[in-house]
Ligand binder design. Structure first.
Ligand code: FES
Ligand code: FE2
Length: 398
């Protein structure tokens, strides 16, 4: 469902998406008990964005990624057949973590404890003194994790048998993602941060423009203007658990000469990279539970918020690029765009942590989302739907 925002300056508040107007309970943003429910109801059974195909550029390459919320470490490999596979990074002899490097190129992995050796297809290839075991080595392969790719983005699902495929889960969002620069990307710039805040609070900061003029008076740039002082988007979209917005840009915004040069260069390069057809107003695509992507040519970035505990998270921000930065001007433009993004983010971080500190006190029973924070309301409702469905399975004796 797409909802056009009717006009920027008006005095009424409507329920544009039919999600209701009630206050939102505060406890899900800080209570460890609620985080435990989210761990099971969402993160152990939903498709999660974990990487990009450019991290496994050729057969024999591998990466290892922690997923703290599931107490998991995930080994992703690219086999001789070109296929990407995912496994629990756990030796099947006695559970030792198999691979300690974050990335590399190796077609077999030897456990540091008793030297069981596994191929990058997960099969157990060799075990010292194997004939003394009471188990067939064919039954000792690494534990598989469901994995699939859309628009170059790698997703995993930690459920032993996911209830839907990645395509089914993404629905219409798959095509929208495939139209973005990330689908053609061959490299990226990355910025990783830890934050003392709940994953939803951290994520919500990037779903609303209400804070722009307060937190980013100097850097919010074209996102607000006299005609649209709160930066209302042009439209919102709701697609099952996922959502989107079309960002408004102030056509009269002035930019610093250096900014104009960087973003002008990126637009120029984009044409040569086959990315010239993107709309002027960037699409913001938010995938449940913890990923969003901004599909603009100047700032083609994704953000994944990994929960660590009820009040701590890790954010991974990536700017995706097509081809190497093989000229000084391309390198400058990419570096500028990345640095500008990190600058803006650094203004958000302290205020998100301040929000968490306030919520941790338990002083508030409820928080409030206004009309233009409807993406936050949709996100919260989707989390609650998952948690309620999971709770129902716990109380159902069948
Ligand atoms: S725990 Fe891995 S070989 Fe023993
Ligand atoms: Fe912000």
């Amino acid at each position: 469902m797409n909802v056009q925002v009717p006009q920027f300056l008006r005095s009424d508040a409507t329920d544009m998406a039919g999600l209701g107007t009630s206050p939102i309970p505060a406890e899900p943003y800080y209570r460890p008990e609620f985080f435990e429910l989210e761990r099971e109801a969402i993160f152990r059974r939903t498709w999660l964005q974990i990487g990009h195909v450019s991290e496994l550029p050729r057969p024999g390459t591998f990466i290892v990624r922690p997923v703290e919320v599931a107490n998991a470490s995930v080994l992703l490999t690219r086999g001789r057949d070109g296929a990407i596979r995912a496994f629990h990074n756990v030796c099947t002899h006695r559970g030792t973590q198999l691979v300690s490097e974050a990335e590399g190129a190796r077609t077999s992995f030897t456990c540091p404890y008793h030297a069981w050796t596994f191929g990058n297809d997960g099969e157990l290839r060799a075990a010292p003194d194997a004939e003394r075991f009471y188990v067939d080595t064919a039954d000792c392969a690494l534990k598989k994790i469901a994995v699939d790719v859309c628009a170059g983005l790698i997703f995993i699902n930690l459920a032993p048998s996911p209830k839907e495929s990645l395509r089914e889960f993404l629905g219409e969002m798959a095509e929208q993602l495939e139209a973005l620069p990330v689908a053609k990307a061959t490299t990226f710039s990355e910025y990783v941060y830890d934050i003392d805040a709940n994953w939803k609070l951290t994520y919500d900061n990037f779903q609303e423009n209400y804070h722009l003029r307060v937190v980013h008076p100097d850097t919010s740039g074209a996102g607000i203007g006299p005609d649209n002082p709160f930066g209302y988007p042009l439209s919102f979209g709701f697609f099952g658990p996922h959502r989107s917005q079309t960002i408004w840009l102030n056509p009269a915004a002035t930019v610093e000469p250096i900014q104009g040069m960087a973003y002008g260069k990126l637009a120029e390069f984009a044409v040569g990279e086959g990315l010239g057809g993107l709309p002027a107003n960037p699409a913001y695509l938010a995938l449940f539970p913890n990923f969003f992507m901004l599909g603009s040519i100047g700032t083609p970035f994704s953000h994944t918020v990994m929960p660590i505990s009820a009040t701590r998270s890790r954010g991974v921000i990536r700017f995706y690029w097509v081809g190497d930065d093989d000229s000084a001007s391309k390198r400058f433009a990419r570096e500028y765009s990345t640095a500008a993004g990190v600058d803006i983010h650094s203004e958000d971080r302290a205020i998100i942590e301040a929000g968490q500190q306030g919520l941790n006190s338990g002083a508030l029973k409820h928080i409030h989302f206004q009309e233009q924070e409807v993406l936050l309301r949709h996100f919260f409702q989707t989390v609650m739907d998952h948690v309620d469905a999971y709770r129902a399975t716990l109380s159902d004796p069948s």
